[in-house]
Design a protein around this ligand. Structure first.
Ligand SMILES: NC(=O)C1=CN([C@@H]2O[C@H](COP(=O)(O)OP(=O)(O)OC[C@H]3O[C@@H](n4cnc5c(N)ncnc54)[C@H](OP(=O)(O)O)[C@@H]3O)[C@@H](O)[C@H]2O)C=CC1
Ligand SMILES: O=C(O)CCC(=O)C(=O)O
Ligand SMILES: [Mg+2]
Length: 418
């Protein structure tokens, strides 16, 4: 494939996909990466230091990642032209090379461009946002028992109010939708119809079921005890409420779940272990209390896009903050790994922030590629660096007697402690 600006690294090969969506990973895979805006310039190079070291140590030169920079966000406007935020060839490369990783991208508040992060997820149909949240020994935490926080969030990544279907107050479009709602749909409760922004929240059977299917399968594959459907279905009955109903329905139809003690909770036997897996649901506001007071009772979580966004940051805070919270955006074949945090503009270019989130996202990527030995080394390096008190500012400000490292130094510390 001929690219305009992307330079394909020599000596690398493509990862390919089999009919059943399993991967063929060569020893020299080309991995596209988006550096990211803001602190992207800090965390992305630090991530590469740690990951290259893990691969070298695990495979002694037999395997090597060939990094290929692809562009999005502010850097794309410099490399292409001032109006190109998400070049078509970036999308093509990410799709064609199957597995990629990205730094954070800025979304202005209130106006300007729509989220490039959301656009990437939608255009590549990366419908699952997978965000595991667990505690690493020695990480400072505001809760009494951070080890009890061990949850895996499956956040629906393509629908919901988060999809960005909305119109600004005072525009002809907003007024037209409001007129339609009032005159044709019998809506009487738009409080101030004359000057009102409007957003639309699509939630579908298909979108819900493919996400919940992934969450239930993950629970089976990873011997987890429960899957909790998190929703605000008491208020948004036909979107969030239906998400819950369709989730239970899928558990029954595809996993053979049956009502537990008369319902509504269900359970089914894991075909892998024979153990029971409980499928339950919690209303979203109560869930934000539950994760603080009774985290040990929650395991895999399946939820809608916006709830998942809120839950990710709240849960990350319990185990050290978004500086260390990893994630992946997954389609059936294509996978794009990314940090949970944003561009933290006030720290951009200062070589200060924690690259742990992107490093652990890359650890998930290595595991996804089947390079488990390298992934294990990343975890070992990270755990050891933290337990020795070698940490970036975010942990340092909460720890006694720790050594303050720069972002790049932490990447190196992970490499040195494998
Ligand atoms: N997937 C993506 O690309 C995402 C992009 N964004 C975008 O990022 C921009 C900024 O968003 P904002 O709400 O400020 O959220 P950010 O996640 O960028 O930052 C919020 C705060 O979190 C802490 N933090 C973030 N990253 C790190 C890190 N690597 N190490 C240590 N601490 C960290 C800092 O806390 P403290 O001040 O306490 O040090 C920071 O001020 C927005 O444009 C937003 O749309 C946001 C989220 C995800
Ligand atoms: O797209 C954005 O700017 C924010 C995304 C975000 O917060 C997230 O995906 O967690
Ligand atoms: Mg977020």
């Amino acid at each position: 494939m001929g690219f305009q600006k992307i330079v394909v690294p020599e000596g690398g090969e493509k990862i390919t996909v089999n009919a059943d969506n399993t991967l063929n990973v060569p020893n020299n895979p080309i991995i596209p990466f988006i550096e990211g805006d803001g602190i992207g310039v800090d965390v992305t190079p630090a991530m590469k230091i740690a990951i290259n070291a893990a691969v070298q140590k695990a495979y002694n030169g037999e395997r090597k990642i060939h990094w290929m920079e692809v562009y999005a966000g502010e850097k794309a406007t410099q490399v292409y032209d001032p109006d190109t935020w998400l070049p078509e060839e970036t999308l093509e490369a990410v799709k064609d090379y199957v597995v990629s990783i990205k730094g954070p991208l800025t979304t202005p508040v209130g106006g300007g461009i729509r989220s490039l992060n959301v656009a990437l997820r939608q255009k590549l149909d990366l419908y699952t946002c997978l965000r595991p949240v667990r505690w690493f020994e020695g990480v400072p935490s505001p809760v009494k028992k951070p080890a009890d926080v061990d949850m895996v969030i499956f956040r629906e990544n393509s629908e919901d109010i988060y999809a960005g279907i909305e119109w600004k107050a005072g525009t002809a479009e907003a007024d037209k939708v409001i007129k339609f709602l009032r005159e044709e749909m019998g809506v009487t409760n738009i409080r101030f119809p004359e000057n009102c922004g409007i957003g639309v929240k699509p939630v579908s059977v298909e979108g819900t079921k493919r996400l919940v299917r992934q969450a239930l399968q993950y629970a089976v594959d990873n011997d987890r005890e429960s899957v909790t459907l998190v929703h605000k279905g008491n208020i948004m009955k036909f979107t969030e409420g239906s998400f819950k109903d369709w989730g239970y329905e899928l558990a029954k139809e595809e996993f053979g779940a049956e009502l537990l003690d008369g319902g509504p909770w269900m359970q089914f036997k894991s075909p892998k272990t024979g153990k029971n897996i409980v499928v339950k649901d919690v209303i979203a506001d109560a869930m934000l209390q539950q994760i603080l007071l009774r985290p040990a009772e929650y395991d895999v979580i399946a939820t809608l896009n916006l709830n998942g966004d809120y839950l990710s940051d709240a849960l990350a805070a319990e185990v050290g903050g978004i500086g260390i919270a990893p994630g992946a955006n997954l389609a059936d074949a294509v996978a794009m790994f990314e940090a949970t945090h944003g561009t933290a503009p006030k720290y951009a270019g200062q070589d200060k922030v924690n690259p742990g989130s992107l490093i652990l996202s890359a650890e998930m990527m290595l595991r996804h590629m089947g390079w488990v030995e390298a992934a294990d080394l990343v975890l070992k390096g990270m755990e050891k660096a933290i337990s020795k008190g070698e940490v970036t500012y975010d942990f340092h400000r909460l720890m006694d007697d720790a050594k303050l490292l720069k972002c790049s130094e932490f990447g190196q510390a992970v490499a040195d402690n494998m």
